[in-house]
Design a binder for this molecule. Structure first.
Ligand SMILES: C[S@@+](CC[C@H](N)C(=O)[O-])C[C@H]1O[C@@H](n2cnc3c(N)ncnc32)[C@H](O)[C@@H]1O
Length: 283
């Protein structure tokens, strides 16, 4: 067994993308407040040209486009063919949006053409983040803006902290490199600031954003806890930790994780703590 798990954990044009697509409605509920905060920080204005990085199904692309008027334009780029197809199908008629299936770290982008690079949780998966952000910054106009939301550390986010602590004695944890590409790659504020500075950004601002996440919903408290359990088993670090485990281990894990979620407040939802960075910078 390796000392540190260095295997790629996300296959966005495969299993991760399929799981995201299958859980889209509840992931959008979970991420809604974070997306609103990032869009407010981005302050998109009529007529602007925007690149939405790792746009997924377009959940952030469409509200950005609404702020732009007929002369604006949002290009959503995502590496998952499946999610790009969903985004294209969901685009309101006449909306100034376009979607491209590509790796944002290397996709040909017109130099100096965007006013804003935006992302809702789509920028933490680059193998070489400095190279990726340098590449994307070149597509910004001089003085153009960067605005995105990403997770803080795993220990501050209940959607991973609670289930992973609950299975600690059931499945032997493999220590993960906290800086490896993945949801928590930018948990360390100084590392994130260094990456953006090395990529050539200035006026870097990294502000904490904390909110209560509605993780799991149902007509009754019992159903909401069941829904939270199902979600944790389908998407995220718990799903990956249990993927190759036998049924008896998965059953034990389900009991422990259910008990952990049941301790959280909420009537028809399970309310857990979520912690993100709202990041802004300039070219
Ligand atoms: C956590 S999901 C967020 C999706 C969407 N922004 C949202 O908030 O619903 C991360 C997204 O980043 C995309 N992604 C990961 N690496 C990428 C890359 N190198 N280039 C483009 N998209 C990427 C994934 O396919 C996935 O859709």
């Amino acid at each position: 067994m390796p000392d540190v798990d260095t295997a790629p954990t996300h296959d966005w044009n495969g299993d991760s993308g399929t799981r995201w697509a299958a859980n889209l409605a509840r992931l959008d509920v979970m991420l809604e407040e974070f997306g609103k905060a990032a869009i407010a920080a981005a302050n998109a204005r009529p007529g602007e040209q925007i690149l939405d990085i790792g746009c997924g199904s377009g959940t952030s692309t469409f509200p950005l486009a609404e702020r732009l008027g007929p002369d604006g334009y949002v290009l959503g780029v995502d590496i998952s063919e499946q999610l790009v197809e969903i985004a294209r199908a969901a685009a309101p008629a006449g909306a100034p949006v376009e979607f491209r299936c590509a790796d944002a770290a290397s996709a040909p982008l017109p130099a100096g053409s965007f006013d804003l690079l935006f992302s809702r949780f789509g920028v933490m998966f680059f193998d070489d983040p400095v190279a990726a952000f340098t590449h994307m910054r070149r597509a910004l106009k001089p003085g153009g803006r960067l605005a995105f939301v990403c997770w803080r550390g795993a220990q501050e986010n209940d959607w991973v902290r609670l289930p992973m602590a609950a299975i600690r004695d059931i499945v032997e944890p493999i220590p993960a490199d906290p800086t490896a590409p993945g949801p928590f790659a930018f948990g360390d504020r100084q590392r994130l600031a260094d990456i953006l500075a090395a990529a050539g950004f200035t006026a870097i601002d990294i502000a904490p954003f904390d909110t209560s996440i509605s993780y799991g919903r149902g007509a009754t408290r019992e159903k909401a806890v069941d829904d939270a359990l199902d979600m944790a088993f389908q998407v995220g670090p718990l799903a990956r930790a249990l993927a190759d485990q036998p049924d008896d281990v998965r059953e034990k894990a389900a009991i422990a994780v259910r008990a952990a979620f049941a301790k959280r407040p909420g009537e028809t939802s399970v309310l857990i703590d979520g912690a993100a960075w709202i990041v802004t910078a300039r070219n």
